[in-house]
Design a protein around this ligand. Structure first.
Ligand code: ZN
Length: 606
């Protein structure tokens, strides 16, 4: 932790102790819990056992003491009953505040986990309180108790004497046995949000006659991470750091230094350089930070925090007007956020997050961080999948404009990058030469496969029919659906020449198929057609050919670097349909592009 290595002769807890809440009203950021407790006290429906949960420093033990006071306060006149607004001046309130009440027993389960510790404590349960209304046991970090200790405790919880209350506090409810949990009323203390912390710390620093810059307070609140106590300790240090002289403002710079945070301006410079793809500059700035003693992991954390901030103000610029926002975050943040899209920020976040875990797990963290920055710079260069789709839509590549010579060139630097982003960049370089088989959304709906095999014009001359597929297509056009389906699914072409077709039929085909086909052909074309049956294997059926073609196309499409990149960018995505820009079934227009496509596929695979 950045806070641990700042040597300070002063005890940190000065402010935290001085401003420790003594009443529910002073407890900040826990309104819901305070309301429930207040109602319970008013209605005299207090549980025998409370369990207070929440992260460290959020106010669990303070709350336990506030409850203890509320239960035992007798008021200024000595006649009061339990009250949410404890007086603070009666003997019980004072004794509890000063940690010396004989009937309020505090135990830290972290240091006394054994069954004997609990037995000793439980032994006392059966004695009435010495002079208070209730005997109150406060057990902090209760999840640390051993299981035998929990068992011993459980018996008491099952039948607690009227005069006893238990208040447990824990950071880890899951480690508390359900049997114990089920006998307690649970109160969850929330992490206190930054706004509330800032307001509280501002009021504390005012009472301390200390001036703290807005940005500095923002940093302290952020570092406190929801904990009032941690935040007050940091504020304490910051004030001590600034020299304590009246009127000396605690600057953002000083707090940044105290927290071990890298220079905010340089972090902005670094982020901007990486996003502009200027690797040299990014690495220079990083080295500058590193030489100045910045921890590479902290630099990445700062970049992550900045990414989060930019995304936030991108989505709602008014967030920049909030409390505790530094001038730099406000001004530079807004102008930088303007230049970046939310998807880019999202990818930046993911890349940094992954990079951070690498930096933390590798011994050479500076090198790892440099690699992350390099990846970031390359990524910024690359369009998002959505942009790619848009670009492709804007530049529909017709066969005429896709020259065979424009095979994409993958530059070695990109091809050798092992991360998805770089592969995508490689694909991008080839994008302007995109062959027809680009399996991306197409703006214009294209004819489905069945239609493309239809003969464009049904000529009356049989010599116009160059292939079996054209004949089959005519059966569809003439609405001979059953015959068409049979020809597609159950017929293998053995030989085709205008005027003569040899077929092998599958058992599913009707026995008079050949006769019927020739009859229709004679009728439609006015020519004589001989349709004969053969025992030779012949070609696969048209259906099989289409399926194979579709599978191949899908395979080709899926292995295309652009699609690979898209699939990687959208986890869980699959190739649903491959739509062609031009029907390759027309043999005279397709050769060039086939070549082109193969080139792409090969290069991408290597
Ligand atoms: Zn009192």
């Amino acid at each position: 932790m950045a806070t641990d290595d700042t040597p300070s002769p002063q005890p940190y807890r000065v402010l935290a102790r001085k401003y420790r809440p003594r009443t529910f009203a002073e407890l900040i950021g826990q309104d819901a819990m305070v309301r429930t407790l207040t109602n319970a006290i008013h209605a005299d429906r207090l549980p025998h056992a409370f369990i207070l949960t929440g992260v460290r420093g959020v106010g669990k033990t303070s709350t336990a003491r506030i409850i203890a006071r509320a239960l035992n306060c007798i008021g200024e006149d000595g006649n009061g009953g339990p009250t949410p607004e404890s007086c603070g001046v009666c003997a019980h309130c004072l004794a509890i505040t000063e940690d010396r009440h004989v009937d309020v027993i505090e135990m830290d389960a972290a240091s006394r986990t054994g069954v004997n510790d609990i037995r000793e404590l439980i032994d006392g349960v059966r004695y009435r309180p010495v002079d208070a209304r209730f005997k109150i046991y406060i057990i902090d970090e209760v999840h640390m108790l051993s299981s035998s200790a929990f068992n011993a405790l459980l018996k008491t919880l099952e039948e607690p004497p009227e005069h006893v209350k238990f208040i447990f506090a824990t950071t880890e409810t899951r480690k508390v046995p359900v049997t114990v949990l089920s006998r307690c009323q649970r109160f969850d203390l929330r992490r206190v949000d930054a706004e509330t912390l800032i307001a509280h710390f501002n009021s504390v620093s005012k009472q301390e006659s200390a001036t703290v810059a807005e940005g500095a307070m923002g940093l302290i609140a952020r570092a406190a991470d929801g904990s009032v106590r941690d935040g007050l300790s940091l504020l304490d240090q910051a004030i001590a750091h600034a020299g304590n002289a009246d009127g000396d403002e605690v600057s953002e710079e000083a707090v940044r230094e105290m927290l071990g945070l890298a220079d905010g301006g340089l972090i902005y410079d670094l982020f901007a350089a990486a996003m502009q793809g200027t690797v040299d500059e990014a690495l220079n700035i990083f080295n500058q930070l590193y030489d100045a003693g910045a921890d590479p992991a902290i630099v990445l954390q700062d970049l992550l925090q900045l990414t989060h901030w930019l995304t936030r103000i991108k989505l709602s610029p008014s967030a920049a007007e909030g409390q505790g926002i530094s001038q730099m975050d406000r001004q530079r943040g807004l102008s930088l956020a303007e230049t970046l899209s939310v998807p880019v920020l999202g990818r930046t976040w993911q890349l940094l997050l992954k990079g951070l875990s690498e930096v933390q797990s590798l011994p050479s963290s500076a090198q790892a961080a440099e690699m992350v920055l390099i990846r970031l710079a390359y990524m910024s260069d690359m369009p998002s999948p959505a942009d790619l789709v848009r670009t492709l839509k804007d530049n529909p590549t017709s066969p005429a404009t896709a020259p065979s010579t424009s095979a994409p060139s993958l530059s070695p630097s990109n091809a050798s990058q092992d991360d998805g982003g770089a592969r995508m960049a490689g694909g991008m370089r080839g994008h302007d030469a995109m062959p027809q088989q680009t399996p991306m959304e197409d703006p214009e709906p294209l004819p489905p496969i069945q239609e493309t095999q239809q003969a464009p014009v049904v000529d009356e001359q049989s010599t116009r029919f160059q292939c079996f597929e054209q004949i089959v297509a005519m059966f569809e056009e003439r609405r001979e659906g059953i015959l068409h389906a049979t020809l597609v699914n159950h017929v293998h072409l053995v030989r085709f020449e205008p005027g003569h077709i040899a077929l092998r039929t599958e058992p599913a085909a009707p026995s008079d198929l050949a006769t019927r086909v020739s009859k229709f052909l004679n009728e439609w074309t006015g020519d004589q057609w001989l349709v004969s049956l053969s025992e030779e294997a012949g070609e696969p059926t048209i259906r099989e050919q289409l399926d194979a073609k579709e599978a191949a196309r899908r395979g080709r499409a899926t292995s295309h670097p652009l699609v690979q990149a898209a699939l990687e960018a959208f986890p869980g995505a699959t190739v649903e349909a491959v739509i062609e820009r031009a029907p390759e079934e027309f043999p005279d227009s397709v050769e060039e592009d086939d070549t082109d496509d193969d080139t792409v596929t090969e290069k991408a695979d290597s």
